[in-house]
Write a protein that binds this ligand. Structure first.
Ligand SMILES: [Zn+2]
Ligand SMILES: [Zn+2]
Length: 375
């Protein structure tokens, strides 16, 4: 544990020219000084991803070599907890923009991430994506547009996820259904006469089926933070995990990292449910035929390993009429999504204007028809 801890903090690097803290430069494998432009390549450890054996972690968390302490800050307003890998100048909650107080920081154990998907573009670019989207919103209050365009509140955030790998074996019982068609006679009326016709109807022949399926379940992705209030929209929560790189704190420099709040144990329960769905779908495939019924499944998982991984999103937080709004941009794909308020007055005036136009048209038509009538 001691050894691991030292490795973690030693990776925090200062600029050799001016002493300022180096931050990760998105889309590259460099860390960069924002003051003098000095760049350094991030040295990657060669042993690749750290897939951790699941059992010992489920049994005794905390005393293991891949866990260590980090400094956490909890937002008093929305409850989000965040770890900030940069100089503590002015800190704001990434979700709700409330100021965070460095004196409130506390230390917590966490399982070190095994892999990270580094940001692929910088904050400036994410801000351009936000701006374009906000400008294109219909009926958005002008204040929203102004505030969403304040780059101060757009932050890069690494979200925690669990991924699980396992060897799956399952036996099943069920039924295989094969379609066949029968000709069914019926009577109908054609030109007032009753006639006999036949039509084809589909039937299913059911036969009992049983067997076993097995295979490797790779990278089942499970959310590791509750995000009840601060939910990341599903629309943007898709990353290409092929781009994961072995974890290195340098990738977090200058960004905010959220600590997992869903314990490994609960994440594992979720992933087991996912594995059951997979076993069910493999069983259906194994049964074959046109349709299947699965009556029972007996599944076991072995050689289970897991990783704690970090995935990138940019968040823009904004308060409007006392309510909190977030816009999210996927830090890998650039997809955007967000909740947005509507301006009552903009909608009101549009409706009033539309009614006025309709009334005017009706009046014009009426006048025209009257004139026609007078001729
Ligand atoms: Zn420098
Ligand atoms: Zn907050």
């Amino acid at each position: 544990m001691e050894e691991e801890k030292r490795a973690f903090s030693e990776q925090k690097k200062s600029c050799v020219n001016c002493g300022a803290e180096l931050t990760y430069k998105p889309g590259t494998t460099e860390i960069k000084c924002d003051y003098c432009g000095h760049e350094e390549t991030i040295v990657q450890n060669e042993d690749g991803f750290k897939e951790l054996e699941l059992k010992p972690y489920l049994e005794e968390m905390g005393s293991l070599s891949h866990s260590e302490e980090i400094l956490m800050l909890q937002c008093k307003n929305c409850g989000a907890n965040q770890h900030i890998e940069e100089n503590y100048k002015s800190l704001h909650c990434v979700y709700c923009t409330m100021p965070l107080i460095i004196e409130d920081a506390y230390k917590e154990d966490w399982i070190l991430p095994g892999a990270v998907l580094p940001f692929q573009f910088d904050q400036k670019k994410s801000h351009q994506i936000f701006s374009k989207w906000v400008q294109g919103l219909w009926f958005a209050p002008n204040n929203l547009k102004k505030a969403a365009l304040d780059p101060q509140y757009t932050k890069g955030l690494y979200l925690p996820y669990w991924t699980f790998d396992a060897q799956l074996y399952a036996t099943y019982t069920g039924q295989r259904g094969d379609y066949y068609y029968v000709s069914v006679p019926y009577t109908t009326t054609v030109n007032g006469k009753t006639v006999q016709r036949t039509r084809q109807e589909r039937r299913t022949r059911w036969t009992p089926a049983s067997g076993s399926v097995s295979g490797f379940v790779d990278d089942t992705l499970i959310k590791a933070s509750h995000q009840r209030k601060n939910a990341i929209p599903n629309k943007i929560a898709h990353w290409n995990l092929k781009a994961l790189v072995p974890f290195n704190t340098s990738f977090l420099a200058g960004f905010v990292t959220e600590k997992y709040t869903i314990p490994l144990k609960d994440g594992h329960l979720e992933s087991t449910k996912e594995a059951e769905k997979i076993a069910r779908s493999w069983s259906r495939h194994d049964i074959g035929g046109d349709t299947q019924r699965v009556h029972s499944i007996n599944m076991s998982l072995s050689e289970e390993t897991f990783k704690h991984i970090l995935l990138p999103v940019y968040i823009s937080a904004y308060q409007y009429n006392g309510k909190k709004y977030n816009f999210f941009v996927n830090g890998q794909t650039g997809r955007i999504s967000g909740k947005r308020p509507y301006s009552f007055w903009k909608i009101f005036f549009t409706v009033v204007l539309s009614i006025a136009v309709i009334v005017l048209i009706l009046w014009l038509v009426d006048t025209y028809q009257n004139q026609q009538g007078n001729i």
